[in-house]
Design a binder for this molecule. Structure first.
Ligand SMILES: C[S@@+](CC[C@H](N)C(=O)[O-])C[C@H]1O[C@@H](n2cnc3c(N)ncnc32)[C@H](O)[C@@H]1O
Length: 269
């Protein structure tokens, strides 16, 4: 018995889990297609990035992504990795059209080639590039977005600003963030926006959160977006400055500078 079959023996009426059983042969198929390699420490909706083993502990995140993909026909995904999140979407909706972006070319290409071959009714378009830059060049519109690439505030905020212009639906934008808790300022400031629907799944391997954001052009919503952007832009300037200091000073000099600032009582620790 595999882990999902075990789960089903205690949750026999869970229809999504029944469909997720179809993941298992493809999870192995993808691994064979990448010559049994993966990028260490790049976890996914299906495994932890340390050992190639399907994780039942992540089933609530898998179910959340499944439910969103079932209801939508096109997705822009940031963070292909080895195609595990794409696989969940394809199991939910074999006709889905996925544009998926990853900065790493090799494994993402092998995995998406496998998915294209095994889900011939879908449309999968892999773009190997860095997301905040490439998003500006994509003219298509999408039903929903999965943001699971570079988890820094600097990247996620820029990605989010770009996708706001890319929703097919003129009244809402549907976005599933993976690990938004690694970007606490973004997570907090999402509350400023008008949210029609919110769902979350908190699992040992990650936290996924889904927002359906109201984008109707009413004055009150525009105001919310202005506050949201202002808040995040300020924080991003700090992140950018910290990044810049790291580059020009190097780690040791940065520690020395911190000591000086502490002695001058300009910072606490
Ligand atoms: C956590 S993994 C994605 C997991 C995948 N969504 C899944 O569940 O199967 C993050 C991926 O984002 C990619 N990535 C990191 N920074 C990126 C960037 N700036 N642009 C595009 N991809 C990026 C990494 O190469 C990595 O494959």
């Amino acid at each position: 018995m595999n882990d999902i079959e075990n789960y089903l023996s205690s949750n026999p009426s869970d229809d999504i889990a029944k469909d997720l059983l179809n993941i298992i042969p493809h999870f192995e198929g993808i691994y064979n297609s990448t010559n049994r390699t993966f990028k260490e420490l790049h976890g996914s909706f299906l495994f932890d990035g340390k050992q190639y083993k399907y994780l039942i502990s992540e089933i609530e995140r898998q179910k959340l992504l499944y439910q969103i993909a079932k209801k939508n026909n096109s997705c822009l995904e940031i963070g292909t990795n080895i195609g595990h999140s794409s696989l969940i979407m394809l199991i939910a909706n074999p006709n889905i059209s996925i544009t998926t972006i990853d900065i790493e070319p090799q494994l993402s290409k092998l995995a998406t080639d496998y998915l294209k071959k095994n889900f011939p009714n879908s449309k999968i378009n892999l773009i190997n590039a860095s997301s905040p830059e490439i998003l500006k060049k994509i003219n298509n519109k999408f039903d929903f977005f999965l943001i699971d690439g570079d988890h820094t505030h600097f990247a996620v905020f820029r990605e989010f600003k770009q996708i706001l212009k890319m929703s097919k639906d003129t009244k809402v934008i549907r976005v599933l963030f993976d690990d938004l808790d690694m970007v606490p300022i973004m997570k907090k400031s999402m509350k400023i926006l008008k949210i029609n629907d919110f769902k979350e799944a908190n699992c040992p391997g990650g936290y996924s959160s889904y927002y359906e954001i109201n984008t109707e052009k009413k004055i009150i919503n525009s105001m919310r977006f202005i506050v949201f952007n202002f808040y995040n832009t300020i924080f991003n300037s700090f992140s950018y400055f910290k990044h810049f200091l790291k580059i020009i000073l190097g780690e040791k000099k940065k520690i020395a500078l911190k000591e000086i600032l502490k002695n001058l009582k300009l910072i606490k620790n």
